[in-house]
Every structure is written in structure tokens, then in C-alpha cells.
Design a protein around this ligand. Structure first.
Ligand SMILES: Cc1ncc(COP(=O)(O)O)c(C=O)c1O
Length: 387
């Protein structure tokens, strides 16, 4: 008898391998490739955070724990927001999640029935699309407009994309891949619309500390909202504290939604590891010098990227205001994925193809500049020679 084939759900047809992974995998076959495709820096988690986790492990914090997070971490998240934004969210609104990704999935589980739509500002980190697909939701893309060297959000277009099927709006600011940063006025306008229509405004703020001109944090919707507004803020320890491999983040939601999330945590992760959470308290309380060092390093890398691209006539670079990505168009390129593969094989430089981030990314590419300047310089040299 032939072996039985697994019987997959229809979801599996939708959530295939991402285009970033397709290009990244090619790189395994190319020696000495300079990969600028993934969304993380090259600094390991600082020792003071690792030490706190080790201490907690040794103290025996190895058991099941509170679903929405240990009280010490939920309180530390409250204090962190009070310090950075001058607004302290109530304790019961904070949910610790096993990464921002898990938080996003749980939000979709909490609000979507099959056929409900989510309006998403694009280009965007592709896992957002997958989270909607997994819940059987319908994705409505609203692309940012490239105006001069800045991205612009057309609010009328955003609001026109919503109808009675729309349960949520998903906006990543600071943006991945664009580096676009939403203003407080835009956040207030979106919030007013979402209030009127009772649409959940999901604000992904995982890059909130990577801001280069002026303030130390990007505008947060927390600054313009009321506690019971239909808003969930997604955040993560991954980027600001260089903890991508730890898998831990948090959500701030209206009290009733936070209660539903407390239920959902049980059936997703049954809570995040207590020893990681103790380390996260230390990260929030003692991490400012490390954040400043990281942002300063990324700022220098961003200057280099902008300077180098300015000398490449085929490149259209939008000015990245925040996060740690450059998103740029290459004149004459009609197929981003094919061209990104060609760059890996022939120029030994790895970029993420723009189409990974939505339909509007054709002809565009994302470069992550959160690494060492020497490596970045090598990557830019190869890219320049290839173009
Ligand atoms: C916009 C955005 N949100 C969330 C995440 C994921 O965060 P986490 O590592 O906590 O799942 C990423 C990772 O690249 C991201 O770009």
C-alpha cells in the first residue's frame, strides 16, 4: 500500500515559503555571500540580560506561570511606557506574548471569523498577511505612496478600503520594510475613524526605538488614545534589546480584549517562560544605554547607505526615517524575486525582494543595515558593481 498522504487544510495553500526565505536559502550555496536580507542586527543579546535569565533559571523559575505574564514584567512594561511616552497603560491591559508574531496571531484569533477583512498598510512585513490567512481572513492592501523621497499614507484611501466586513486595520510604524514613520496626527485620524466604525486598530510598534532624527522614540498611538479605545499595540523585545531568538513580546489592548487574550494564551503557549520574563524586566529597566548604542550604530549605517545609493543612478531610495531598513527601487527591474536571486548568484549580495511585502513592491528591494559598517560597505560595493 502507498504511504498515506497528510490531508492539509486549505490554509497551507496560502501560506507557502516567503520570498525572503527563497532568496535566503539560495545563499547557502554561495560562499562568502553578504546577506542583508533578514530583519535583525548582528549584536548578541547584552550580557546583563543573559545573566538575569541565568540567575532566574538557577533560582528555579522553570514552572508553568501566569498566562498574561508574571506581575513583575507586566508592571515593568507599564513603567517603561510611562517613562518613554508619559502614559502608563493599566496593568490588566498588558499581555506578555511568546513574541510579537504570536501576539499578532492571537489578535487575529480573537477578532477574525473566516471572510472578515483586515485592511493592511503596505509594503509590510509579510508575516502579517500569513496571520490573516491562517484565520481565514481577507487581506485588503492599501499601499503607501512614494512622493519625492518620502512615503505618504493616503488616509482617504485607507478609510475607503474599509467596509462592514472590516474587523481590523493593521499598521506598522516605524515601517518594515519602508522605514516610514506615522505622525501623531495621522494616528489620531485613524483612531477617530476606528472608534466610529468599531474597527480594531492594530499598531505594530516593534521598531519604536529606532528613530534617527530628533526624538528617542517614534510617535506611539498610546499618546493619542483613551484606555478603552479599540486599539492593540504590538511590541517585542526582539529588536530594541537584540533578543530575536528569545521569542518574547507584549501587547497593550483594551481591557475586554486583554481578558480574551488571557484565555487564548492558554491554548497557544500556556504562558511565556518565567526565566525569560525576569530577564525582560532587567532589559526594560537597565537597557537604555544598550538601545542608545544600537541606534547610534544603525544611524551611522543609515548615513552610509543613503550616501552610497545617492551615487547609483539606477536606484530610487526613499529616505528611511526610522527602523533599520532601506527600501529602494531599481530602474529597469520588472521582477524583484528573479533579480534578487540573480544578485545572490552573480554579485554575492543578498537583498529581500520587494514583492515579499505586498503587490506594490514589484521592482523594489529591502536592505537591512543593522550590521557592521565593514560588512555593509562590502555589500554596497558588490551592489554598485552589479548595477
Ligand atoms: C513589523 C514587525 N513586527 C513584528 C516582528 C516580529 O517580532 P518577534 O520577533 O517578536 O516575533 C517583526 C520582525 O521582523 C517585524 O518586522
Amino acid at each position: 500500500m502507498p504511504p498515506l498522504e497528510p490531508r492539509f487544510s486549505a490554509t497551507m495553500d496560502k501560506v507557502g515559503e516567503s520570498e525572503i526565505a527563497q532568496v535566503w536559502k539560495l545563499g547557502f550555496e554561495v560562499p562568502d555571500v553578504v546577506g542583508l536580507w533578514v530583519g535583525e542586527g548582528d549584536l548578541p543579546t547584552p550580557a546583563f540580560i543573559c545573566d538575569a535569565a541565568a540567575r532566574s533559571l538557577r533560582e528555579g523559575h522553570t514552572f508553568y506561570t501566569h498566562k498574561s505574564g508574571i506581575p513583575e514584567l507586566r508592571s515593568a512594561v507599564q513603567r517603561y511606557h510611562a517613562r518613554v511616552y508619559g502614559v502608563e497603560p493599566a496593568f490588566e491591559r498588558v499581555t506578555v506574548t511568546g513574541s510579537a508574531m504570536t501576539g499578532i496571531l492571537m489578535l487575529m484569533q480573537a477578532v477574525l471569523d473566516p471572510g472578515d477583512s483586515v485592511v493592511v498598510v503596505t509594503p509590510v512585513w509579510p508575516n502579517v498577511f500569513a496571520a490573516i490567512d491562517i484565520q481565514g481572513g481577507v487581506i485588503r492592501e492599501v499601499p503607501l505612496k512614494a512622493e519625492g523621497d518620502r512615503w505618504h499614507l493616503d488616509l482617504d484611501r485607507l478609510f475607503d478600503a474599509c467596509d462592514e466586513t472590516t474587523k481590523a486595520m493593521f499598521i506598522v510604524s516605524p515601517g518594515n520594510p519602508t522605514g516610514w514613520m506615522m505622525s501623531s496626527e495621522e494616528q489620531a485620524a485613524v483612531l477617530a475613524f476606528c472608534r466610529e466604525r468599531n474597527i480594531l486598530y492594530i499598531a505594530d510598534e516593534v521598531y519604536h526605538r529606532f528613530v534617527y532624527e530628533g526624538r528617542g522614540a517614534a510617535p506611539s498611538v498610546l499618546e493619542v488614545m483613551r484606555p478603552d479605545d479599540p486599539v492593540s499595540i504590538v511590541n517585542s523585545f526582539s529588536k530594541s534589546w537584540a533578543m530575536t531568538g528569545w521569542r518574547i513580546g507584549w501587547l497593550i489592548s483594551p481591557p475586554k480584549l486583554a481578558k480574551a487574550l488571557d484565555t487564548l494564551v492558554e491554548y497557544n503557549t500556556s504562558g511565556s517562560q518565567a526565566f525569560l520574563q525576569h530577564a525582560c524586566v532587567t532589559a526594560l529597566e537597565e537597557g537604555e544605554p544598550f538601545i542608545a548604542e544600537q541606534v547610534e550604530r544603525c544611524g551611522r549605517a543609515r548615513d552610509l547607505v543613503m550616501q552610497r545609493f545617492a551615487a547609483m543612478p539606477r536606484v530610487r531610495l526613499m529616505r528611511p526615517e526610522a527602523a533599520f531598513y532601506a527600501f529602494f527601487g531599481i530602474e529597469g527591474v520588472t521582477h524583484s524575486l528573479d533579480f534578487a536571486k540573480k544578485l545572490v548568484r552573480e554579485a554575492r549580495v543578498g537583498l529581500a525582494p520587494g514583492t515579499a511585502f505586498g503587490r506594490s513592491g514589484q521592482g523594489w528591494f529591502r536592505l537591512c543595515y543593522a550590521g557592521s559598517i565593514e560588512r555593509l560597505r562590502r555589500g554596497m560595493d558588490r551592489l554598485e558593481a552589479a548595477l
